[in-house]
Ligand binder design. Structure first.
Ligand SMILES: [Zn+2]
Length: 156
């Protein structure tokens, strides 16, 4: 076995700048809003929304499960002409999808609550600038400022 120093120039592919920071040098903030009153207000708004979404998620899930219980075991394969099984399946899937959506909202809210705890609440997660209070009051768990939200390809 001849251990030649073969692979000489392994081209490094990393480091290509994927960032689409349009405003180049805008400083990223490391601290979000700090006014206790504003944060307390946002926190209570988040907590009440959280309770609403959680309840929604749970009741939808319970509904979906009750639909399963109503089904005859054979109905799960809805290949008969009645379409009964199919309807139940569709209702169930809709409930489950809505339940998942509500759970996703709960997760977003938890994320926002964590940001309040670690003092980064209000920082846009894309450009790092502060999200205007007005937007946060309308959507307390917003992760992005309007610019990033409307210009961004990805997350909400
Ligand atoms: Zn932004």
């Amino acid at each position: 076995m001849d251990k030649a120093a073969g692979h000489a120039a392994i081209s490094r592919v990393g480091g290509s700048p994927l960032s689409s920071r349009r405003l180049g040098t805008a400083p990223r903030r490391t601290e979000g809003y700090s006014e206790e009153r504003f944060l307390a207000h946002q926190q209570s708004a988040l907590q009440s929304e959280r309770a609403t979404y959680l309840e929604q998620a749970q009741s939808l899930r319970a509904e979906a499960e009750s639909l399963v219980e109503e089904m005859e075991p054979g109905d799960i394969q809805f290949d008969d002409e009645s379409g009964e099984g199919g309807t139940v399946t569709v209702d169930r899937e809709r409930d489950l999808a809505l339940s998942a959506q509500a759970m996703a909202a709960v997760e977003e809210i938890d994320h926002a609550l964590a940001k309040i705890t670690n003092r980064t609440y209000g920082i846009c997660e894309s450009c790092g600038r502060l999200i205007p209070k007005q937007r946060l009051e309308a959507l307390p768990f917003a992760r992005l400022c309007i610019d990033c939200k409307s210009g961004g390809l990805s997350r909400r």
